[in-house]
Each structure stands twice: as structure tokens, then as C-alpha cells.
Design a protein around this ligand. Structure first.
Ligand code: TYD
Length: 197
């Protein structure tokens, strides 16, 4: 089973992952993330820190990182029958690159989805940490170009589209609640979803 965590920067994904790893009610799992810690992920981070990076080129960097992540980590772990939990996954591309390509394509989210469709492995469940862009930018410190409020507004709209299109795949958690509450809800949700794994 593949579980992914998604949300705006500052939504608290990292604390949730820490709590999932530590919780006795979650079965043993392979924990992973995108961008990865490989050289593909390093290329992504270079682009992230370059305000002039071309958004289309950047989409392909993130997508290359995902392809390698799928081949090297995700598919092998799933093939071994493991539970896999990924901090960000394809929906981050659909939402974030869908936003950064808004003035390049008429339907940017669909464009990015189509690019993935023939070869990706969709998550079984996605926990979406829902937070307003102002709080998200404040919490994350808005350290990179994607963390600015105006951009996060577009990213959030894209996440909402993804949730509307596949309501059964997503579990929405209100991430404006205090951190302990958010973490507790995420652990509870994943424990329920993975019971019997
Ligand atoms: P993030 O998970 O915040 O990494 P870190 O904890 O190392 O800061 O991801 C970094 C940024 O990359 C974040 O602003 C979201 C963005 N991002 C995309 O734009 N597209 C993607 O496909 C992914 C995985 C991340």
C-alpha cells in the first residue's frame, strides 16, 4: 500500500512523518520523500533556489526525480509487500507545477497529470494537510519562490481540484489546528487505513 502526504509548505508534513514513524499503531513502513536525497533531488533543489529557472524545465527535473524514485525505491518496496509512506509525491507536481505553468498551458494540472499517467504508480491513499496560504507562508518562513502567498493560493486551488476529482483517494485534515492535534489526526487516519497491512 502506498500512502502519501501532501499539503502546502508549512502544513506540518514533517512533524506528521516523525509521529507516524514513532507510532506503535502504524505498521512497519518504508518512509521516503520527494524531492529525494539523490542527485536528481539535488538538481531539483538547485532549480528551486533559482528564481529564474524555467518552470517547464523544472517540471521535467521534478518528474525525473519521481521516475528514479519510483524505479529505485517505491516499486521495489511495494513489490516486497511493504507499506510505503511518501512525504510529497505526484500530487505535488500536479499542484505546484500546475501553478507555475499556469500562464504556459490552458489546463496545466491536466498537462502535468498526462505527463505522468502512462508510467506512474498512483497512491492508494493521500492525506492532505489543508491550510490557508497565509498561515502556510508564515509557518514555512517563505524561504523559496514556491512558498510565497500568491503562489500558494494557486497551489491550494490545484490541490482542491485534485481532491474534487478523486474524493475517495484523499483524507483531508485541517492543518490550522495546533500541531499536536494535526499530528494525532494524521496518525489516527493512517492507523485506520493501514489496519490489517
Ligand atoms: P519540501 O517538501 O518542502 O522540501 P523541504 O522540506 O526539503 O523544504 O519541498 C520543497 C519544495 O518543492 C516545496 O516548496 C514544494 C516543491 N515541490 C514542487 O514544486 N513540486 C514537486 O513535485 C515537489 C515534490 C515539491
Amino acid at each position: 500500500m502506498l500512502v502519501t502526504l501532501e499539503g502546502l509548505d508549512g502544513s506540518g508534513k514533517t512533524s506528521c512523518i516523525g509521529a507516524l514513524k514513532a507510532s506503535p499503531s502504524i505498521p512497519a513502513a518504508t518512509y521516503t520523500r520527494e524531492p529525494t536525497h539523490t542527485w536528481y533531488g539535488e538538481a531539483v533543489r538547485r532549480s528551486l533556489n533559482d528564481d529564474d529557472a524555467d518552470p517547464l524545465a523544472e517540471l521535467f527535473l521534478y518528474t525525473a526525480d519521481h521516475a528514479a524514485h519510483l524505479a529505485d525505491v517505491i516499486r521495489p518496496a511495494l513489490d516486497r509487500g511493504e507499506l510505503v509512506v511518501s512525504d510529497r509525491y505526484s500530487d505535488s507536481r500536479y499542484a505546484y507545477q500546475g501553478a507555475s505553468l499556469a500562464d504556459r498551458f490552458e489546463t496545466p494540472v491536466e498537462f502535468v497529470r498526462e505527463l505522468h499517467r502512462p508510467w506512474t504508480r498512483p497512491p492508494d491513499v493521500t492525506v492532505y494537510l489543508d491550510i490557508d496560504p497565509e498561515t502556510a507562508a508564515e509557518r514555512s518562513g517563505a524561504t523559496n519562490k514556491f512558498e510565497r502567498v500568491s503562489h500558494l493560493e494557486r497551489v491550494r486551488e490545484n490541490y482542491e481540484r485534485l481532491l474534487a476529482a478523486e474524493p475517495d483517494r484523499f483524507v483531508r485534515v485541517d492543518a490550522t489546528e495546533p500541531e499536536e492535534t494535526v499530528v494525532e489526526r494524521v496518525v489516527e487516519a493512517v492507523a485506520q487505513l493501514t489496519a490489517g497491512e
